[in-house]
Design a protein around this ligand. Structure first.
Ligand SMILES: Nc1nc2c(ncn2[C@@H]2O[C@H](COP(=O)(O)OP(=O)(O)OP(=O)(O)O)[C@@H](O)[C@H]2O)c(=O)[nH]1
Ligand SMILES: [Mg+2]
Length: 425
């Protein structure tokens, strides 16, 4: 879709409420989220939004006659340039609706792809979004075919010109996907080298993950002093950011990673495309699941995040901490309830990334979470450091020792706590 630079397109958001759909979510909340998604795309002005109850989606046109008539008036009356359907729309439905309504139409996956393509800032991000968009397009090729067939007046060779065209289009897309994959592999390999270099200065990786808008970047900024964009906007963050930091209060040092947020019904193409970026998550020593506990559907959001983590292949044995963020937005009663529940649960803590309340608990939880992570380092101790050397041996941390002119060279395996103790000797 092309939105003209500088000008705004007036859009209307529709959430089809189909009874068989995910019954966990209230359609009104789903609609509110879809409106937030629309706001996340620059150049769009949201004229309004509705839930459309659909007993059964019409195979060819999604909506029934009456609704289409109503929408045609709406388009005219509201001067709409775009209708956003918060759900899947088949290529045939899209074509028919666009024709009947004289208005462009975008479905949920299309909208998310548009937002991602607007946000992509790094080479890797751009490549990933391009791949996701192409893979999505590949599944919708029937559109090009019908379009073509119409142009040619439906004159068919054997097998039809459309068939041939579809094959050709598919091959072209496949070729392009192979090219993109190659470029992406190259970028990822370079990043892999960076990671290997980092591994030499081995600090535990702590990854912040969570639903979009949960407050990951706000927490990241508070801990690192970085200025990653943190905004009341869905998918504010697309590219992962990492910083090496010493946790407040005398370390230990960790690598903290801020990542792209998740959302319900995240297009599979996007999950696949972002697998490389999210490697930082799968390689993490500790996963911090940041939740907006003030959101009415925080439980559903958390479920979605867990499902996506699982699909990314995050091992169950990676330690996890759940951060219930935005407690400053809870009423006193709700805060009491949350506090009670958090106390009964394991590895759950309350936080406000904005006010800083609960930050000490968070740092303590991270410290506990990475306590089991050990690193191997080379240490050189001068001969006068006998006390330190004895301490290391006493704790059973030395794996190897060689003597040099200037002292001992020790290969030491320790966890962050032992490291801090050593430096305090
Ligand atoms: N009241 C309150 N608002 C918060 C808190 N933490 C974050 N926010 C707000 O929530 C919005 C989203 O915060 P971000 O840090 O951008 O969220 P994110 O998880 O990085 O979002 P994505 O990058 O889109 O995945 C911003 O407007 C923040 O100011 C908090 O503890 N309390
Ligand atoms: Mg963010």
């Amino acid at each position: 879709m092309e939105l003209t630079e500088g000008s705004t397109t007036r859009a209307w958001v529709l959430h089809p409420d189909i009874p068989s759909d995910d019954a966990r979510r209230e359609p009104e909340h789903a609609l509110a989220e879809a409106v937030s998604l629309a706001h996340a795309l620059p150049g769009l002005e949201v004229g309004g939004s509705d839930v459309v109850r659909l007993a059964r989606p019409h195979p060819g046109k999604l909506f029934g006659k009456g609704k289409i008539e109503e929408l045609r008036h709406l388009v005219k009356h509201e001067d709409l340039g775009l209708i956003l359907i918060d759900g899947p729309v088949t290529p045939v439905q899209q074509r028919n609706l666009e024709k009947e309504l004289h208005c462009k139409l975008l479905d949920r996956t299309g909208l998310i792809l548009e937002i991602f393509s607007d946000r992509a800032a790094t080479r890797e991000g751009v490549l990933q979004v391009d791949m996701a968009a192409l893979s999505y397009q590949r599944t919708r090729l029937v559109r090009a075919w019908t379009h073509l067939e119409r142009q040619r007046g439906g004159l068919g060779f054997v097998g039809g010109p459309g068939e041939t065209q579809i094959e050709a289009d598919r091959r072209a897309i496949d070729d392009q996907l192979v090219r993109l994959r190659r470029q992406l592999d190259k970028v990822v390999k370079t990043r892999g080298l960076h990671r290997a270099a980092r591994a030499k200065v081995p600090f535990p990786i702590v990854a912040l993950v969570g639903y979009t808008n949960a407050g990951k970047s706000t927490l990241f900024n508070r801990l690192t002093g970085a200025e990653v964009m943190a905004k009341d906007m869905l998918f504010a963050t697309l590219d992962p950011t990492m910083r090496r930091i010493a946790l407040p209060g005398n370390g230990p040092e960790v690598i903290l990673s801020d990542t792209v947020g998740f959302i319900s019904d995240l297009p599979t193409q996007l999950v696949a495309a972002f697998r490389a970026t999210l490697e930082e998550v799968t390689a993490a020593n500790l996963i911090v699941h940041v939740r907006d506990i003030s959101h009415p559907e925080t439980e559903e959001q958390a479920e979605d995040v867990r499902t996506i983590l699982k699909s990314l292949g995050v091992q169950e044995d990676v330690p996890q901490v759940e951060v219930w963020n935005k407690i400053d937005r809870l009423s006193a009663d709700d805060l009491d309830v949350a506090r009670n529940r958090a106390e009964r649960a394991e590895d759950v803590l309350l936080l406000s990334a904005v006010t800083g309340q609960g930050l000490d608990d968070f740092v303590a939880a991270v410290r506990r979470g990475i306590a089991g992570v050990t690193q191997v380092v080379d240490l050189v101790l001068s001969y006068s450091d006998g006390r330190k050397r004895a301490w290391l041996f006493d704790k059973g941390l030395v794996e190897d020792e060689t003597q040099r002119d200037d002292g001992y060279m020790l290969k030491v395996r320790w966890n962050a706590q032992q490291e801090a103790q050593f430096h305090a000797l």
